[in-house]
Unconditional design. Structure first.
Length: 202
């Protein structure tokens, strides 16, 4: 993403599009990198660091323009089930609003015109009907890395299942004004069930 015209736009870097919102980049990393990353995630969470790296300048709730949007950033989390570990990092720069999936509470997004409360991006979208000039500098880019042993096609499925997390946390999501993608990588040899790993990722 890069700064442009008062907002943030994404630099595609030659990536092909139309991958149904998710794609897989099957990379081989040394397992130790995953464990170090999980440790870094805990440190970043404790220090409240979100506006770093790809999260720098990220915003959400832009359907009514940047003047009513809110700052967003980089989200990170890691979970473990037995020997299976799953780490995720997501740069959130979405058109829609952001919700806590554990309780459905809105935590960031469109603000009212006076800036004193949250607006509703879905309601605004429905009011607009057809509109050709939606703010298009939006993208939510995520990556999940696991120590599970999976093939390239299985990692592609995990990336596809991870897309459900976007739907639980962002509304509206996957619009024509969004450029969302998810990458998944295997970094270990732990035998694990594909459905279990995909559900953890999501």
């Amino acid at each position: 993403m890069y700064r442009h015209g008062g907002g943030w736009r994404k630099s595609h870097g030659g990536l092909q599009h139309g991958w149904e919102g998710s794609c897989c980049c099957w990379l081989q990393f040394k397992t130790v990198l995953l464990w170090r990353w999980c440790g870094a995630i805990n440190i970043w969470k404790q220090q409240g660091l979100t506006g770093v790296g790809a999260g720098t300048g990220a915003t959400v709730g832009k359907i009514c323009g940047m003047e009513r949007a809110m700052n967003a950033g980089l989200g990170m989390y890691a979970v473990q089930l037995g020997e299976l570990r799953m780490a995720a990092v997501v740069a959130v720069n979405a058109l829609g609003d952001i919700f806590d999936p554990s309780n459905g509470k809105k935590i960031a997004g469109l603000r009212t015109a006076d800036g004193t409360a949250f607006g509703d991006s879905c309601e605004e979208l429905w009011k607009m009907g057809q509109r050709d000039n939606l703010f298009t500098g939006n993208t939510t880019i995520g990556a999940v890395i696991t120590n599970g042993k999976f093939t390239k096609s299985q990692m592609n499925k995990i990336a596809s299942m991870t897309r459900n997390a976007y739907a639980r946390c962002i509304r509206p999501v996957g619009t024509m004004a969004d450029g969302d993608s998810i990458y998944a990588a295997s970094a270990g040899n732990v035998e694990a069930d594909l459905n279990v790993a995909g559900t953890l990722a999501a």
